[in-house]
Design a protein around this ligand. Structure first.
Ligand SMILES: C[S@@+](CC[C@H](N)C(=O)[O-])C[C@H]1O[C@@H](n2cnc3c(N)ncnc32)[C@H](O)[C@@H]1O
Length: 229
């Protein structure tokens, strides 16, 4: 995967999409319907971007005994790697609003015999956390990241100095029309609003120091990371 750093301001300046979509908030009931229908095929559909998951988890820099939150954990594709990284004394907390997606996550952790994973079936903006976390992952969770209250709740569960990593689709610069066509076609399968795709990490930025955003896949994806203030 090709990656390059892209300062926040450039992503904003280059956006040709932001204006009209700025006020469209995620639609919870549409999202629940979307993932009810998609849960059975989700793992196959996301397979082509799995290298991004590996990079995101590496970037969390997890140590044995730590706690990590997987925000919008879906079918639990990150959970086994996270659970191994923190070990038996550590903890993984997966938060997910879709009963069908989290049901698959539950089956996955039972099949793997993991005892250090807690699953919370709730919208991010209402989730209760069993403990403070050392790290937080948002992997392809655009809708969730556009809800300021949800981001605030997740961030409040991370200790100061904890690591936060986010990935997903974003608009590419205007001179990459083929990439933007791909994003325009692919995103509606996963999100209920295209608003914020010019700058999907904007609600994270106020909570982080040393934030870095790297672009990949021709500018159509990002990996953002930083340290909780
Ligand atoms: C594209 S999937 C990503 C799943 C998972 N993070 C992964 O790596 O495969 C987005 C997930 O976010 C969940 N989601 C969307 N909005 C949410 C919210 N407000 N609170 C919790 N989960 C949410 C969806 O139900 C869906 O499972």
């Amino acid at each position: 995967m090709h990656t390059r750093r892209e300062p926040d301001r450039r992503a904003r300046r280059n956006s040709i999409h932001a204006g009209a979509e700025r006020h469209a908030a995620p639609d919870r009931s549409a999202a629940l319907g979307q993932y009810r229908a998609r849960a059975a095929v989700y793992d196959f559909e996301i397979a082509s971007v799995e290298p991004m998951r590996r990079r995101a988890i590496e970037r969390l820099g997890l140590n044995a005994g730590e706690a990590v939150i997987d925000a919008g954990c879906g079918t639990g594709l990150s959970l086994i790697a996270l659970a191994r990284a923190v070990g038996e004394r550590g903890a993984v907390i997966g938060v997910e609003q879709s009963p069908e997606m989290i049901g698959r996550a539950r089956d996955r952790i039972a099949a793997a015999g993991l005892h250090n994973v807690t699953l919370v079936n709730a919208p991010g903006e209402e989730a209760e956390f069993p403990r403070t976390a050392d790290a937080l992952l948002f992997h392809f969770t655009h809708d969730l990241m556009q809800i300021e209250a949800a981001v605030e709740r997740m961030m409040a569960a991370v200790r100061p100095g904890g690591r936060v990593v986010a990935t997903g689709l974003k608009w590419a610069p205007w001179w990459m029309p083929a990439t933007n066509l791909f994003v325009r076609v692919a995103a509606p399968r996963s999100v209920t609003t295209l608003a914020g795709l010019d700058h999907p990490w904007r609600n994270l930025a106020p909570h982080l120091t040393g934030m870095v955003v790297e672009a990949g896949y021709g500018g159509g994806t990002y990996l953002a990371y930083g340290t909780r203030k």
